[in-house]
Write a protein that binds this ligand. Structure first.
Ligand SMILES: Cc1ncc(COP(=O)(O)O)c(C=O)c1O
Length: 433
């Protein structure tokens, strides 16, 4: 146990007793970090920095799993939220700001003609799926990527316990960037697929023309195209992947980055699809959908993100980071062990095992050294507006030392004398069957 993390290590057994995985979100659990030698509970944030419960400061490249786009504790967002807090949080009728936000989302997101606010990414993707099923009168959904915790999606993964088989069977997965794999689904299930839902940016992004062709194929088979932009919205561009690649879906789910950490999401898209909520009793409604603190916070967040240079900044820093990592991989001859994954705003490293070391051994060595260098990372990083080149330099210094450690572990074929705490041990894995 590292004394630097005394308080984190004291809280952990308490947390394990009362909360599965000792966290409310799998990916924020102690299991994603080197137990005993990492911060496990955070206390506060400012810009791109966070402080753990022991008072240790870290540059955060996780950014609340992509939710923080402007920076922690931003004075402008805070001011908007505090002003609203003094008036009230949730009311018996909508606040005007909810309409202002819907108008704003319609202005900045290409597919948005109408908006329904909800709370989680899972709410938004599930709403989009229900709207599509209602509109087409079909039941099957073609799926690529991660889309949250609801039955229609999670039933198609290895994490499907508790989902009725009949529900799970309605989801049919296809491979990203492989048109034939989606074509095969339309051939196998003619006139049965209600919607194609995908994360439009996965791994290194869409192949040239992929999203256009996917849209044509979807429409020519009478299905609805849904972009799950819970990660890509407000991260790669204000209007998400649909703005970046110029391909407009019928519906989109947004969440995470829109509120700089506030709990809010939305399903947006074609009017004739969204209108069904009113005209055809397609039920999408939550008590807190119009909660006002998040709404005013999103309006302020968008105002900041809209300023000139935001996305140039995020892409530039991300590219410096990814280029730097590539150079280091080459320098240490680690091409077969570490690969660069993702695009600049949401990119980083992925690991392979070698000899008797598996990929989690390698990742543990990496994360341990990054933590020692004051860097909080899970492998894939989220750049926010408050990161600067200084933080990217710090990241790359840490990565260089981490690769040195990895090289050493590989050459001795063990973690002996290198890993001081526990290993990372993720609870759940994405996109595996
Ligand atoms: C692409 C994508 N869609 C949907 C979700 C689900 O969002 P939430 O966890 O807010 O329900 C996530 C969450 O990580 C996501 O990454």
């Amino acid at each position: 146990m590292n004394d630097l993390f005394k308080k984190s290590n004291e809280i952990l057994p308490r947390a394990k007793k009362v909360t599965p995985v000792a966290a409310q979100t799998y990916s924020k659990s102690y299991r994603y970090f080197c137990e005993g030698n990492s911060p496990l509970f955070l206390d506060r944030g400012q810009g791109c920095n966070v402080w753990d419960v022991d008072g240790n400061k870290f540059i955060d490249f996780i950014c609340a799993l992509g939710a923080v786009t402007v920076g922690y504790n931003d004075a402008r967002v805070n001011e908007a939220v505090i002003k609203q807090l003094e008036k009230g949080i949730s009311f018996s009728q909508p606040v005007e700001a909810s309409i202002e936000l819907a108008e704003k989302l319609i202005e900045v997101i290409p597919c948005a003609e109408m908006v329904r606010l909800v709370k989680n990414g899972s709410d938004a993707t599930s709403a989009a799926v229900r709207l599509s099923r209602a509109y087409t009168g079909r039941d099957l959904i073609a799926i690529s990527g991660y889309h949250g915790m609801q039955d229609w999606y999670i039933g198609t993964t290895v994490n499907n316990r508790g989902v009725p088989k009949q529900v799970a069977e309605l989801g049919k997965t296809f491979e990203y960037n492989n048109m034939d794999s989606l074509k095969a689904l339309f051939v196998e299930y003619p006139n049965q697929i209600a919607a194609v839902i995908l994360e439009p940016i996965q791994a290194d992004g869409p192949k040239e023309g992929y999203l256009e062709e996917l849209k044509n194929l979807t429409h020519s088979n009478g299905a609805i195209l849904i972009f799950d932009e819970v990660v890509s919205g407000f991260r790669y561009a204000l209007g998400g992947a649909q703005e970046l690649y110029g391909v407009t879906p019928d519906l989109a789910a947004i969440g995470k980055g829109m509120g700089n950490g506030l709990p809010i999401s939305a399903v947006v898209g074609r009017k004739d699809l969204l209108e069904q909520i009113e005209t055809r009793n397609v039920f999408i409604s939550t008590t807190f959908g119009g909660e006002a603190l998040s709404i005013v916070g999103v309006l302020e967040t968008i105002k900041i993100l809209e300023q000139a240079g935001t996305y140039e900044h995020i892409w530039k820093l991300g590219n410096i980071m990814l280029d730097g990592i590539r150079t280091l991989i080459k320098k240490f001859g680690l091409d077969s062990i570490i690969s660069v994954s993702g695009l600049a705003p949401h990119g980083g490293v992925a690991f392979e095992g070698v000899g008797s070391l598996n990929y989690l051994d390698i990742q543990s060595v990496y994360q341990q050294r990054m933590t020692e260098n004051g860097i909080l990372t899970l492998g894939i990083n989220n750049i926010n507006l408050s990161h600067t080149e200084k933080e990217i330099d710090r990241f790359l210094e840490g990565a260089e030392q981490a690769m040195y450690d990895i090289k050493k572990a590989i050459s001795q074929d063990s973690l002996e004398g290198i890993l001081k705490g526990g290993k990372v041990n993720p609870v759940f894995k994405r996109n595996i069957k």
